[in-house]
Design a binder for this molecule. Structure first.
Ligand SMILES: C[S@@+](CC[C@H](N)C(=O)[O-])C[C@H]1O[C@@H](n2cnc3c(N)ncnc32)[C@H](O)[C@@H]1O
Length: 180
């Protein structure tokens, strides 16, 4: 009995170690950790942008899908995310079920996705990947689309608007809004 218990513990430990190593490899590849956008910032975005039920909203690297689920519940828009980290993807699936949402999250690298169905794109990534993301969006987005970048700008593009997340603090994080 105690041998069986020891084997189960060993098996679970190995499984856990494999998962941790896999998550670290994904992190090293993407260089973008999972940090969620605060609810307050999601609400700021929704105050600035009019999203209609006929819109299709993508979140590139959607983490736990909180942004997409909030957008779906508040606007009725079609919401789709891409997520490559297994832990964040797992959390997105839990959140979708808990909130009974229709949001779809693909467990996939968004660089390999077709973004052309989106007319609103949100991303919260990191500076070093923004040039590549900008080029993909230039190739794939329909004219008239809106792109919202939280924290990190697409430097080659001219923003239509920049919003301070804390208006009384000029050094607070910014939301960049682009019209294509
Ligand atoms: C800073 S988090 C933002 C999460 C979510 N968008 C939010 O605002 O709450 C960035 C997420 O992007 C994911 N990610 C980074 N590069 C990716 C890629 N190429 N394809 C899919 N997901 C990616 C990371 O795994 C991470 O969960």
């Amino acid at each position: 009995m105690s041998l069986l218990f020891a084997l189960i513990v060993l098996f679970l430990t190995i499984l856990f170690a494999i998962l941790v190593i896999y998550i670290l490899i994904v992190l090293l590849k993407t260089k973008v950790p999972f940090v969620r956008t605060p609810e307050r910032v999601i609400n700021q975005v929704l105050q600035e942008i009019t999203i209609k039920p006929t819109d299709t909203v993508y979140d590139l690297g959607c983490g736990n899908a909180r942004f997409l689920i909030t957008v779906e519940k508040k606007t009725g828009a079609r919401t789709i995310g891409y997520e490559i980290s297994p832990w964040a993807y797992f959390l997105s699936q839990v959140n979708i079920r808990l909130r009974k949402a229709k949001t779809i999250v693909h467990y996939k690298n968004f660089y390999k996705a077709d973004l052309s169905p989106a007319n609103v794109v949100f991303c919260f990534l990191i500076n070093s990947v923004m040039p590549k993301v900008g080029k993909q969006l230039e190739r794939q987005l329909q004219p008239g689309s809106t792109v919202i970048c939280f924290g990190f700008a697409i430097k080659a593009w001219q923003p239509a608007k920049i919003i301070l997340t804390k208006p009384d603090n000029p050094r607070s994080s910014k939301i960049y809004i682009y019209q294509r």
